[in-house]
Design a protein around this ligand. Sequence first.
Ligand code: AKG
Length: 260
Amino acid sequence: MPRVENPPWEVFNTYFVQRAAPVIITGSPLFSGRNLTLDDLTRPGPGDIPVSVRSGNYLNIKERRYEEMPLSRYIEEHIRPWEQGAATAADGSALPHYSGNTPLTWEQFEALGLKAPQCFDGQKFDAPRLWFGPKGSATPLHYDSRDNLICQYIGRKHFILFAPSQIPWLYMRDYSPAWSSISDPRKVDLNKFPLFARAKAVEVTLNAGEMLYLPEHWAHFVLNVETSMMVNFWPEMTPAQERKTKLKKDLYQLKLKFAS
Ligand SMILES: O=C(O)CCC(=O)C(=O)O
């Protein structure tokens, strides 16, 4: 995967957005300034932001449990103990609690001291989403039906990616988001999922201060390799895109109905 230093819009658009090619952008002025610390984020203001926390065996979305709590409590109870090596998941599962996919208002986003990127296609962004988790927290294999700009503010995140051409080998179900029956591509039972042997992955680790452009329909499994804070941005869908996505979801559900 190429790393490009703060490209002008024309370069980013021509070589990556128009070709639906993923890229990592380094050196963006978005990240210039003081590095964020856990102490900054537990102060009143940022620390009061309510976040959604996943627990249980959340790599299996049917077994996922959710709880809402202020960011400061999440950091004190679930991030610091894992950093000090003192924690085991309270419910006995091997996975640390993960605060994933919390929508932020723009006021909350600014309270975190963050700057928004420029949208790459002139549209507005939807509400930014906050992903905060300790080492070992992860998101199972899936793809989304829109382009994604992933901004890494603290720590490193590892991505196992599959281009849209690989989808036939990934045992995908549902649509938008499409989840794979294989939740973790590092541990695949090839007797159960033999076609997966054909799938070619691209692996990349995103560092703090870097931004990943992930085009729509690229499947991803995401692992926090250390305490990690990321905010991602999806461009607002145009009404035509919304209609197309709804149609595809309806068609998928219809296919399921006829198959059963
Ligand atoms: O960082 C993560 O754990 C998952 C992020 C993700 O799935 C996304 O941005 O679409």
